[in-house]
Design a protein around this ligand. Structure first.
Ligand code: ATP
Length: 351
C-alpha cells in the first residue's frame, strides 16, 4: 500500500543544532496520525519539512510515492493549520475560507460555493459575513480549518491547533476534528504535546523525544506496551521500580520485586540485570494477596478516582488509583497495606 507520507532517515540540522536525528515513519492515506512529544523534540520541524517551509539536511520525504525534494510548498498537496489561526482580519469569514481557492485560480462562483460548503461542514454557515474579530476563539479556529480544507489538500498538517482554546472547548473540538477527518478522508498529521489529546483522536501516535521517534503505535499499544522508560513516563502516569531480572524468554521476563516476590511479566527487549519495571497505578489493588507491601502516606480525592500515595518497605514511592465507588473504604495515612498487581499490569522496560 502506498503511504500518504513516507519519511526515510530524515535528518534536519540548523547550524550546529540537530533537530531531527534520522526519523523514519510511514503515514497511511486517510490516517489520523499524531506527533506527540515535549517542547523542543522536533515535532514542528517535522511538519515544516513535510510542508516544504524548510529543506531536509539528509534523507527522503515521499508524498504518495513521489519524492518531494525541492518542490515548492504551494505545489505540494498539503495544507497547514497553525496554533494561531492567522485569519485575515479585513476579510469576511467567507472570503477567508475562499482565499486559498482564489490563489489557485478557481472562479468566483465556484469558490463561493465551495467556501459555503466548508462553512457548513464546520457549522458556521450563519457567520459567513462576519469578520474574524466578531467570532470566538473556537469559531476562528473552525474558520481556519475550513480555509485549510477548502483547496482539498491530500494531507492536512495541524500544529497544536487547539492549544489556544480553553479546556471545555478543546475537548469539544477534539471530537469535531476527528469527525472532520473521517468525513473528508484527508490524512491528518496532528502535532501536540498533550498526551490526552493524542490518545483521544489518533489512529496512531509517534512519540518523539530529542529529535528521535521513540515508539509508534495505537493509543492502546503505547499506553499498555511502552517500549522504553521515556514512553512509559510521558504517556499517562506510571510507577517505575528498579528490579532484578532473573530471566527473559520470548518477550516475557521473570523479575524479583522489592520484598522478594517473583513475577512473570511482558518485557520490551531487555536482558538480565537491573532494569525498570513500569506499573500503572490503576493496575494495583489493595489486597491480602500481596505482591508488594507498602505504607500509606496520603489519599488524594480526585472525584472519579482516589489516588493513594504510599512507599514500599524498601523506601521507593508507589502510587495507586482506586475507582471512587460507593463501597471503597479509604486507607488511612500510616496504614500498612498489601498491593496486588493485576495480570498484565507491569511491564519490564528497555532503558
Ligand atoms: P514546541 O512544542 O516547543 O514547538 P517542537 O517539538 O515543535 O517544540 P521544534 O520547534 O521542532 O520542537 O524544535 C526542535 C529543535 O530544533 C529545538 O531544539 C529548537 O531549538 C531547534 N530549532 C528549531 N528551529 C530552529 C531554527 N530555525 N534555528 C535553530 N534551531 C532551531
Amino acid at each position: 500500500m502506498t503511504a500518504a507520507v513516507d519519511l526515510k532517515n530524515v535528518v534536519k540540522r540548523y547550524g550546529p543544532v540537530t533537530a531531527l536525528h534520522g526519523v523514519s515513519l510511514a503515514i497511511a492515506d486517510n490516517e489520523f496520525f499524531t506527533l506527540l512529544g515535549p517542547s523542543g523534540c522536533g515535532k514542528t520541524t517535522l511538519l515544516r519539512l513535510i510542508a516544504g517551509f524548510e529543506d531536509i539536511s539528509e534523507g527522503e520525504i515521499r508524498l504518495f510515492d513521489k519524492d518531494i525534494a525541492g518542490l515548492e510548498p504551494n505545489l505540494r498537496p498539503v495544507n497547514t493549520v497553525f496554533q494561531h489561526y492567522a485569519l485575515f482580519p479585513h476579510m469576511t469569514v467567507l472570503d477567508n475560507v475562499a482565499f486559498g481557492l482564489k490563489m489557485k485560480g478557481v472562479d468566483p462562483v465556484a469558490r463561493r460555493a465551495r467556501a459555503g460548503q466548508m462553512l457548513e461542514m464546520v457549522h458556521l454557515s450563519a457567520f459567513a459575513d462576519r469578520f474574524p474579530s466578531q467570532l470566538s476563539g473556537g469559531q476562528q479556529q473552525r474558520v481556519a480549518l475550513a480555509r485549510a480544507l477548502a483547496p482539498e489538500p491530500k494531507v492536512l498538517l495541524l500544529d497544536e491547533p487547539l492549544s489556544a482554546l480553553d479546556l471545555k472547548l478543546r475537548q469539544a473540538m477534539r471530537v469535531e476534528l476527528k469527525q472532520l477527518q473521517e468525513q473528508t478522508g484527508i490524512t491528518f498529521i496532528f502535532v501536540t504535546h498533550d498526551q490526552e489529546e493524542a490518545l483521544t483522536m489518533s489512529d496512531r501516535i509517534a512519540v518523539m523525544s530529542a529529535g528521535r521517534v521513540q515508539q509508534i503505535g495505537t493509543a492502546r499499544d503505547i499506553y499498555e506496551a511502552p517500549e522504553n522508560r521515556f514512553v512509559a513516563d510521558f504517556i499517562g502516569e506510571t510507577n517505575l521500580l528498579q528490579v532484578d531480572v532473573a530471566a527473559v524468554r520470548e518477550g516475557r521476563a521473570t523479575v524479583v520485586l522489592p520484598g522478594g516476590k517473583q513475577i512473570v511479566c511482558p518485557a520490551s527487549g531487555t536482558s538480565s540485570g537491573r532494569h525498570n519495571l513500569s506499573i500503572r497505578p490503576e493496575r494495583l489493588t489493595i489486597s491480602d494477596n500481596a505482591d508488594l507491601m507498602a505504607t500509606v502516606e496520603r489519599v488524594v480525592y480526585l472525584g472519579t478516582d482516589l489516588q493513594v500515595i504510599a512507599h514500599l518497605d524498601s523506601g521507593e514511592p508507589i502510587s495507586l488509583r482506586l475507582q471512587n465507588a460507593a463501597r471503597v473504604s479509604l486507607p488511612e495515612p500510616g496504614q500498612r497495606i498489601g498491593l496486588h498487581l493485576e495480570e498484565g499490569g507491569a511491564r519490564l522496560l528497555a532503558d
